[in-house]
Design a protein around this ligand. Sequence first.
Ligand code: NAD
Ligand code: UDP
Length: 317
Amino acid sequence: MKRILITGGAGFIGGHLCERLLNEGNDIICLDNFFTGSKDNIRHLIGNSHFELVRHDITKEYFAEVDQIYNLACPASPPHYQYNPIKTIKTSILGVINMLGLAKRCKATILQASTSEVYGDPKIHPQTEDYWGNVNPIGVRSCYDEGKRCAETLMMDYYRQNNVDIRIVRIFNTYGPNMDMNDGRVVSNFILQALNGEDITVYGDGLQTRSFCYVDDLIDAMIKMMNNPQGFIGPVNLGNSSERTILDFAKVIIEMTHSKSKIIYKNLPSDDPMQRQPDLVLAKRELNWQPSTDIKAGLEKTIKYFEEKMIEIRKNS
Ligand code: NAD
Ligand code: UDP
């Protein structure tokens, strides 16, 4: 049994990680300030004597004795991280400094949830880990992109200077049950719009691409990375390499929900990356991992989750 701290544990990915690591027999501290997370994501774990829920903000110091830290705390959807950009960058920088300090004192292994956004609007395709990226340092996305880039720098400096045992994973667009239905991301927007028979809002001409990974596949990879005995620290891309245009994705959602929704076009947000696909060669080689969930199977589960959530909301209103 390990003592594991999961920051952002009440969020979409964090909730899945708490559940998996608890089921595997570990002692979990789920730490969250509930900015974008919800108790609904971990409600079923509360009451288990090996699960502890802590309301705390990682921009402030936190003391505990732990063996591993998964640092996921940070809003991830563009509307959420742009809501209070100064807070977003503080979370990525002050928060990571606090978590690295904790890891150093406890001699814990720390895994940082980085992102494909470190590549910005990439000029090479698919993106390999040795690509330094193309990020606008002064744009509306930079609070997130540059925050995450600086977090990687801090991880590497604590590793080189203080020998902290680090892992860096660069997560590409991930979806699945427990996504916040109103987070403004493309998966949740399109499913919600389709189920409500509302217009599907494609930004720009819809020819920009993304590659979507089902959350269970991502969780497998994160745990493998944390426990990788060979001491491989990354950064490593985690995602699914099956790339599609956003317009095509809208059509898939309409078809799968049997919706009568029409596609409408809205302005493309600034600095929206034109293409994104992870190169997964390193993940396969070092972790012997590759995603196995087909997009239709993953979307079926996600759509079912949204349908059930909508019924629950209607019942309670
Ligand atoms: P999410 O918004 O659902 O979860 C983030 C969690 O962090 C929330 O529970 C939120 O309340 C908490 N949080 C935010 N700021 C905090 C702070 N200062 N102190 C404590 N808690 C705080 O997002 P997610 O999709 O679950 O993403 C989790 C992590 O994975 C994030 O770090 C994100 O950048 C990274 N990531 C996610 C994706 C994706 O597609 N979901 C892609 C790339 C990277
Ligand atoms: N997008 C869209 N309609 C929406 C929401 C998003 O066309 O209602 C587009 C967005 O412009 C981007 C892509 O879908 O090109 C993915 O957006 P998301 O916010 O999910 O994540 P990103 O990968 O941009 O961080």
